[in-house]
Design a protein around this ligand. Sequence first.
Ligand SMILES: [Zn+2]
Length: 379
Amino acid sequence: MNRKRNTTIRSGNIDGALKRALQGGFRCRVGFSRPQSIGSIAGALKRALQWLLLSSGVVIAQAADDPSAIALGLPLQCQTGETCWVANYLDVTPGPGVTDFRCGARSYDGHDGVDFAIRDRGAMAAGVPVTASAAGTVKNVRDGMDDTGLLAPGAEAGLKGKECGNGVVIDHGGGWQTQYCHMRQGSISVKPGESVPAGATLGAVGMSGWAEFPHVHLAVRHKGEELDPFTGHAVSSACGQAAGAPLWRQELKLAYEPAALYNAGFSPGPPDIKQIRAGEFTDVRITAQSEALVLWVDMFGVAQGDQIRMEIAGPDGGSVVSQDQKIEKTQARRYMFVGKRRTMLIWNPGAYVGRVTLTREQAGSAPWRATIERSLTIP
Ligand SMILES: [Zn+2]
């Protein structure tokens, strides 16, 4: 079902474990082919004006009954870039083909919301609250689906019509609704008809429904039309348009991330990506006698042509291992690792630093870079 994300399996460093590209969300999407109406242009202007007023310090009460005004908070309690990451944006290309609002590939066909991922299923088990992005009234709730998502063999057939998994729909008035999907089984703590303030806990992030990793899928609708909260535009408005007026609360400073290096670590041998993603790879011990020293990374949104540099520096600052690799295939999620076998009697005790840098060339501007670093002390 995901045409652009076929996964090849090659020498252990490609995400072949799931054989299917990352498909996070709620597949159903109502098609919209209407051109942008005068009304929605007027709405965008109005929102732009409101941003200006907000930034000039004028306080505007959130007018939920004003069809052009909504200001959304995050749909989960987290720190973006630290404990949560956008795994998929909306697909703004009507019909076949996939582009996010910046014309990148960080989406999949028909994806109608934003997927906010947490690090792994360990974080899911510990509990990350899903929160109301704005004040409103709970309209619908579904609970009771388990959190194996698409990982259970043959799961897809059983998820037909229930792709959202456990979820909540909130009505904000003025035709605005938000929907939260893939919540943890048994976690939903609100009932239909209940009023909730912005930021209220609705339940916990899970992996129910059409999900391969723990995340919350946030869909935003106005009068039934799906909007991209990054632009305020309808999903059919095509990529690369004028920035629009984001629906996010300004202080969130939610910017587009071309890719996300969301997890990394050391291991004494080839890492087990299934264990890593399950959150079961946390007490890995590396000693002076370990056979090998391996640095691994897990990333969202790698693109063909990206340059990945992986390096481990030893206690004296010298390089233990360093590798540059060019990404040959655009993939929604991919892990890689680099390592060195121990050739001396022991690893030198001291502090080691592992660093992974993704560099993406951009036409007409400086390359974009993202880095993740981990440190390790060998006693
Ligand atoms: Zn989704």
